[in-house]
Design a protein around this ligand. Structure first.
Ligand code: SAM
Length: 298
């Protein structure tokens, strides 16, 4: 799940990269959730179009190029070598011609040609296909897999602290990026503790939390920039006892363990990363042996 999903950018990126079986994005802001739903629809439409386009490509590439004769049922090394020599003699080889993107023109000695990036193996008696077609098929498979994963995505409007949509131990991964500061400021130390406890409860054994603890200096900046001091119920930084550095120990008290090498400071970002994307990350895991809902420390 993605807590504080905003307009769905991160959520959809997660789908593209990891293809989860299901994924829920929750955000307190209705307008942003509507934007996320629209972004999901756009992504679906773009993938469907890409899928159709890949299909057209596939058809035109197979109809324009004559298929090579079916490869023999089994090609021995010797036959393959002989075929390759014959190919050289006739000028027909398994090498791709420069004008065919990744495609080999013909096959003499299919096994050898496939190793060279030429033909797919092809069952006995069926024509091998040029690699271009193979690439298109792979591309379509990838698009189909992402489309399938998108079917499992939903967005919900909720204050995560009151969200009733998840069961204890249900989630294998939770992301919470650039959110804890807002919860901390709006609901105080108790709100931050409640968020962490809820995440620990929702994680399945072996499940992972990726959380961005916003730096303490950014709390004061939030008040300066957004005139928050005037908002009713907000917690001024000086009234808060917890600090971003307390989040890790708090998660450990809840029974989660820091993933070695997973927690990275902001300055570990790749060189050239824009300043506003140099964000510290904490990666914690619920130990495999723990009870589905229970955090260690309660
Ligand atoms: C700075 S944005 C971060 C968006 C996204 N996670 C990212 O890293 O790009 C913070 C988001 O958290 C949401 N948010 C703040 N408090 C929340 C709460 N209690 N429950 C759910 N969402 C919340 C805000 O509406 C906002 O969309």
């Amino acid at each position: 799940m993605d807590i504080g999903c905003n307009g769905g950018d991160l959520t959809l990126e997660l789908v593209q990269r990891f293809r989860p079986r299901s994924l829920v994005g929750v955000d307190i802001d209705k307008t942003l959730v509507k934007a996320a739903v629209r972004a999901l629809a756009r992504r679906r439409a773009a993938l469907r179009e890409a899928y159709r386009e890949a299909g057209r490509l596939f058809k035109s590439s197979t109809s324009q190029r004559p298929l090579p004769p079916p490869p023999p049922a089994a090609v021995t090394e010797a036959e393959a070598r002989a075929g390759e020599l014959a190919g050289r003699a006739t000028g027909v080889t398994g090498e791709a011609s420069p004008d065919e993107e990744g495609g080999a023109r013909a096959a003499v000695g299919a096994g050898r040609a496939e190793k060279a990036g030429g033909l797919a193996p092809g069952k006995a008696g069926t024509p091998g296909r040029p690699l271009g077609d193979r690439a298109v098929r792979l591309q379509r498979k990838g698009l189909q897999a992402e489309l399938q994963a998108l079917r499992g995505v939903r967005f919900e409007v909720a204050n995560f602290l009151d969200w009733g949509g998840g069961r204890a131990g249900e989630f294998h991964a939770v992301t919470c990026l650039s959110v804890v500061k807002w919860v901390h400021i709006n609901w105080g130390d108790a709100g931050l503790r409640a968020l962490l406890a809820r995440v620990a409860d929702l994680l399945a054994p072996g499940g992972v939390l990726v959380l961005e603890p916003q730096p303490w200096t950014s709390y004061a900046a939030a008040f300066r920039k957004q005139d928050m001091a005037a908002c009713e119920g907000v917690h001024l930084p000086q009234s808060l006892k917890l600090r971003p550095d307390d989040i890790g120990p708090e998660l450990e008290r809840l029974g989660l363990a820091c993933v070695p090498g997973g927690c990275t400071p902001a300055d570990a970002a790749a060189p050239g990363t824009p300043a506003n994307f140099q964000r510290p990350l904490l990666v914690y895991q619920k130990p495999l042996g723990s009870a589905p809902g229970g955090g260690g420390g309660g």
